[in-house]
Design a protein around this ligand. Sequence first.
Ligand SMILES: [Zn+2]
Length: 338
Amino acid sequence: MKQFVLITAALLALGSPVLAAAEIPPLGVSFSQQVVSLDPSGRPYPAVNISPEQMEGIERHDFDLGRGRRLQVVTNLDNPQGRGLDEIARIVRRSYDYLETATGRSLDKGVLIYLIELDSIPLSYTFEASYPADSHWSEVRLALLRRGEQLLGPYGSADLAELIYDTIPHELGHDVLAGIPNLAHDIDGRPSYHTRWFIEGVCEILAKGFARRENSSSLQRFLATRKVGTVLGDPRVRSQLFSWSQENGYEMGLESDLYGASMLMVMAWAEQLGLPALLDRLSQCSDQLCGADLVSLMVATTGMGEEQLFERGYQLGRILREGTYLADRRLQKVGWGG
Ligand SMILES: [Zn+2]
């Protein structure tokens, strides 16, 4: 069964134009997530609409993430506190601390999570919700649970584990990098700057570094899925990595390999300088940084040629697969090891 996921957030004017100015509610942001699964003949399963605004028993729980930031969980969970909602908030708080220590940069905004339990999870669905535009969430995410499913632990929801141990720290990494003014980011529908290898590489280092610390079994799954032990031995991966763009038509296997390869290449760069110093260095560049500029800077700051860096990344992949990275003190510079 194939699955496609589309997440969108759009500013919408929810106020009515006939109201006096003082009565107009603040602009609302509409968040939607669409998952389409295909049956064996390639036809989509019919989509179920899920909207928390029309559900009974919806509650909002706010948690302090420090420095004025907050986590809000919008949920219809039965007995959320008894089932470990506080622990989820503590994990999100630790992901903020981890990201800030590993990057030397600060995160200013909070996270909104929709945590919705249903009798069964539809194969295809459209989730739609809205929240006030002045909430300034850094990330808005959804996790669906089967009714009564455990939240955490060995029998807990796999989707929720992926969200808190992997997706949120990965996406917070994008927020950190968005704060580097001259680092060019690809936008859908526009020509690529070919910075994707660097941006996804940093985010994967952070996400997997956090997962390693919190939940090492999810790290092992990643290392296996991304084939880190062999991926940089593949000439096709090496030849495509620095021109990797948002819209590329690659099959899912190559796309997944490129995430793993990106992580290893940024590790090969950051293990020498340290991730905070590397990001500081990029912040000080006065000109726009495209992918080719990043490759030149990587070669200049490491004193290694591209081929040598590929070889070091390949070697790091084997070290990770064998689990011997704990002995490699240089990986502490990327927030791993130790
Ligand atoms: Zn990403």
